[in-house]
Design a protein around this ligand. Structure first.
Ligand code: GLN
Length: 202
């Protein structure tokens, strides 16, 4: 598998580390490329969109002419993992928990509404154990940083994990999203899940 990591903002090298480790443990051949240009999309068959600030990443994508090519890459069926701000960018709708509707560029490919900054001030960042559907090996320690929650807007969206009754991990076909940061833990089960999605789709 050849995986791209969108390299505009956020935890790029942490993902690189987890991907390398996962390829080794799964015994499959993997290549990793940091994506900053639409031409980079020709060399990969899966992508990770890291966290950061979704408005900033969206504007940078527009400026670099990456939005349309990336949208096509994803709707063509290539395996995609969106983390926090990356998940917001994949959504068809995004609102801010406090200020409501916001003007921001979105990739518009997943049937979810992202509620940005859902956990508010006193819970800006926290860790908690989650039960994740389909993830073997017990509960998963998830790290949330100014995280969103998701609302499905179609029954094609599979709900994988909830926190306080709110959706924080979901899948729709080739797209996997988490509102927490799997690259910041030692646990690489979510990167393996992403790689296995690609393997099982072939
Ligand atoms: N709060 C950020 C946003 O709305 C997301 C934070 C993150 O990616 N950790 O875009």
């Amino acid at each position: 598998m050849r995986v791209g990591i969108l390299g505009l903002q956020g935890g790029i090298y942490e993902h690189l580390y987890h991907l390398k480790k996962s390829f080794t443990e799964l015994g499959i051949e993997g290549e990793i490329k940091v994506v900053t240009d639409k031409g980079d999309l020709n060399d990969i068959d899966g992508i990770i969109i890291p966290g950061g600030e979704s408005t900033t990443i969206g504007r940078l994508m527009n400026r670099l002419g990456l939005t349309e090519p990336l949208r096509r890459f994803i709707t063509d069926g290539n395996t995609t993992l969106g983390i926090c701000a990356g998940a917001i960018l994949l959504a068809k709708e995004a609102v801010d928990a406090k200020v409501g509707s916001v003007q921001q560029p979105l990739l518009n490919v997943m049937n979810i509404r992202a509620i940005r900054n859902y956990f508010g001030r006193q819970k800006n960042s926290f860790e908690t154990l989650l039960e994740i559907k389909g993830l073997e090996g017990g509960p998963y320690k998830a790290i949330f940083i100014r995280a969103p929650v998701f609302q499905p807007i179609s029954n094609k969206v599979e709900e994988l994990a909830k926190l306080d009754g709110k959706l924080v991990m979901a899948r729709e076909e080739n797209i996997l999203v988490t509102s927490f940061h799997p690259e910041l833990t030692r646990d690489n089960r979510i990167h393996k899940m992403f790689i296995n999605m690609h393997i099982n789709e072939k």
